[in-house]
Design a protein around this ligand. Structure first.
Ligand code: PMV
Length: 353
């Protein structure tokens, strides 16, 4: 490699799954396909500085890799093992990694330890930066290759991160009737999406900012020998099928049924694994019940989904925004930690800065 030094900077958004990824095989291959909305405002912004190392540099310290890590401008030692692991997993695909010393300078647009997972946006932003360096060394690569490989690398960092490279709706995992879908990287939903989903809103209610009691790595592993695993994986294919039709016909009532059932099924898998666990909090249930009551009384098509945590994502079409935000302020904010919530919406993926 001939490039001596320089830097790149990328932002990558978080994403929220509609059909959930929960359970995996070796090498971050998902047990079932998933689909997500890419978000717009919740992002990680990462600058990658790189500098050619002298050939005499001892390669002993961190298994041959050399990097410094800054989080919000300050050295962050406790994130380094995650990055180290990522570099080890992607080295086979980025053979130049040991030729450089890297400075990884990263920050999130959402509050620190808000309970919003930063692994998807963080790993996606890092993967984009490394692809920029690969393109520098290999200028003839196509844009399609650039984005596919970025998603492939992000997947090796954190599975759901492969859905944060592109927008607005991304499918990850092989599904027979979705052209181009693959277990190896996320692809943009390849068919036209009904305008009812244009600018779809996601208001994230921060119920509990505490550290997760169970990491997603442990959670995925508990799907091995899980009594309902096989049926669940089949169900994910069925629900993705339903969403293909729904994205085409714009039926929001059907959308709500699939999305809420997926959220509760994710948590049902956690409650029925061994060991079993519960990530929802009392206020999570208060919010779900309030959403159901509001929807029944007003017929306004608002629904919820959940990640592997207690926070609630409130999803609704743009044309009911005003009424739903009023409802959130009047009835749901009381269930949020320090009254905190984040207004987000569907977005278009990673951006070079
Ligand atoms: O990307 P991971 O390994 O942290 O798994 C994330 C899994 C869920 O967020 C719970 C669901 C999903 O599909 O994003």
């Amino acid at each position: 490699s001939t490039i001596e030094n320089g830097n790149f900077e990328w932002s990558a958004p978080s994403n929220i799954a509609l059909v959930k990824y929960w359970g995996k095989k070796d090498n971050q291959i998902p047990a079932n396909p998933s689909v997500s909305f890419t978000l717009n405002n919740c992002k990680t912004i990462t600058k990658l500085g790189f500098e050619k190392r002298a050939t005499s540099t001892p390669l002993s310290v961190t298994n041959g890799f050399s990097f410094d890590l800054l989080f919000e401008g300050k050295p962050k030692e406790d994130f380094k093992p995650k990055i180290q692991k990522f570099l080890e997993r992607v080295e086979a695909y980025l053979p130049f990694l040991k030729d450089y010393h890297f400075t990884i300078d990263t920050q999130n647009t959402f509050p620190h330890s808000s309970g919003i997972a930063s692994s998807a946006s963080g790993m996606a932003a890092l993967a984009m930066n490394f692809m920029s360096l690969e393109r520098e060394l290999n200028p003839e690569m196509t844009d399609a290759y650039f984005y596919q490989k970025a998603s492939f690398l992000a997947r090796l960092g954190s599975g759901s991160a492969c859905r944060s490279v592109k927008g607005n709706v991304v499918v990850w995992g092989n599904q027979a009737n979705i052209e181009g879908s693959t277990d190896l990287f996320g692809v943009e939903f390849p068919y036209t999406i009904h305008e009812n989903f244009k600018n779809y809103q996601d208001t994230i209610l921060l119920v509990d900012k505490g550290e997760k009691q169970v990491s997603s790595t442990v959670g995925h592993d508990l799907m091995h020998n899980h009594p309902y695993a096989e049926r669940r994986f089949a169900q994910a294919h069925e629900n993705l099928d339903k969403l293909i039709a729904i994205f085409k016909n714009g039926n929001i009532d059907e959308f709500i049924k699939v999305v809420e059932s997926e959220a509760l099924t994710l948590h049902a898998m956690m409650m029925t694994s061994m060991p079993y666990f519960i990530l929802m909090k009392p206020n999570t249930l208060q919010i779900i019940n309030a959403i159901w009551k509001f929807r029944n009384e007003t017929q306004i098509p608002v629904c919820f989904t959940l990640d592997a945590g207690a926070n609630v994502h409130v999803l609704y079409p743009e044309n009911v925004s005003e009424k739903v935000l009023q409802f959130i302020q009047d009835e749901l904010v009381v269930f949020c930690q320090n009254s905190q919530y984040i207004c987000d919406k569907i977005g278009s993926g990673a951006i070079a800065l």
